[in-house]
Design a protein around this ligand. Sequence first.
Ligand SMILES: Cc1cc2nc3c(=O)[nH]c(=O)nc-3n(C[C@H](O)[C@H](O)[C@H](O)COP(=O)(O)OP(=O)(O)OC[C@H]3O[C@@H](n4cnc5c(N)ncnc54)[C@H](O)[C@@H]3O)c2cc1C
Length: 470
Amino acid sequence: MADTKQWGGTDFQGLGFEWDPQWVLTGAQKRLQEKLIDLCDKHLRANAIESDQGRIYPRKNFQILAKHGFLGLIVPKSLGGMGENHTAAAMVVETLARYGCASTAMCYTMHLGAVAAAALRHHDNPTLKDILSRLDRDCLIGTLSYSDPETGSHFWYPISSGATETPEGWHVRKKASWTTSGGFADWYIVQTTSPGFDGNYADLTCFLILGDEARYDPSNWNGLGLRGNQSGPLEIDRVVPKARLVGSIGDGARSNDEAVDPFFLLLSSACWSGIALGMIDITKRHTTGKTHKDVGMRVADYPTIQDYVGEAIIDTNAVRSMDFMLARAMDEATNNCDWSIHQKDASYLPRAAYLHWLWQLKFAAAKNVAHVSDKMLHACGGTGYKPDLQIERYLRDGKAGWVMGPTNEVLRQFVGKAALLGFGALDYWNTSVNERVLHNEIKKLDADGKRALAERLLAEAAPKTTGLAA
Ligand SMILES: Cc1cc2nc3c(=O)[nH]c(=O)nc-3n(C[C@H](O)[C@H](O)[C@H](O)COP(=O)(O)OP(=O)(O)OC[C@H]3O[C@@H](n4cnc5c(N)ncnc54)[C@H](O)[C@@H]3O)c2cc1C
């Protein structure tokens, strides 16, 4: 392994390894990182420019990743995967975003989220085992389709989706407002309300849907950044075989807490930090290479620029430290991402214990990338405003961090509310009555208003009659 970071056959001009927490990685993970930096240098970064300019899905990058075994990063070795852990996953996403392509890093984040949901419940399901064992050989890209047009960023509330059992299999109806890799993925994990739905939106179920079973229109995607990630609306309305059930009926909330959320929050945060680092790298290269002839100073010689870069490194490394700390905590809780620990007891959810920490991480990472991207643009001046330096692309890519669900508005409220009022107050599925608000509003009614409300409520609560005479 090279002691110094290499790029284009010479020493890397951004931040060196001395600014990376290399001590969190095993020897094998450092070798993976080195290979990935090389792939980014030779192929992925150039493809990022093409993806951004033409809104082109980064399949070329995925084919390269598959050739080197990265699609099966967290798949058990017994199924042909690398059997790697959360730390490796965070490192790979961060590396992809930093040196390669942020759209690819986000699509890969969603891929690993889908792999986690499948791996969690693959034990007795030959269809899931088959997919997991062919990820790299056949370059099978997975993704998560959760967000619902009726509930916006409350992606855990699939109001316009459902599933029913038929003699031929499950009739899955899914309307998703956003799906990264939509229309380009080879397989989707989708969440709907459970078959037999009785109005309880906490009762959720996951299904495996294959690429050609979903309807998607690529021309619908036109985002500010992450322009290769193709996250437009998607629709599914068809009967799929019984083996497409992921886990048991009603397992959706557990799947969210143990697989989808922990992986999405950990890895999307690694993506935002990767983008921040990519911009710091570019800023170092640009500001040390440009001189103002009148004063004979390089841009990097101005203390203001040094302050910008210093603060950006400190803030970004604080977020990365939290990311790798949580990856480590989940590695320890799961015997390094050993999926066999879930085989016997579907209610065993060790990762779920860290969710409220992962909320904090995603908030901090998305907030940081927005701040750093602003400051690195300022440090690079007008040159940064133009596409050539690539600061401008990263800035647009990073803007997705704050608005991707769970959004930062939602997360800071989750954390504050849970800390002040307890986790029960979060009320994800809008089922618990806020007595304080209720009584306060009723207090405002006069006697007539109270009477009218009481009559309306009594009418609503009256038992339904069949209309038949007794
Ligand atoms: C690049 C990109 C890729 C994506 N990929 C996927 C994907 O692969 N799969 C998927 O399922 N989804 C995906 N999404 C969707 C994403 O997770 C959100 O669902 C989506 O961004 C929400 O957009 P919206 O316009 O519906 O926001 P809204 O939910 O309408 O939010 C509007 C505003 O209201 C705020 N708000 C919402 N609820 C609350 C609340 N309870 N309290 C306080 N404020 C609130 C929001 O924070 C925001 O400021 C992606 C989004 C982006 C931008």
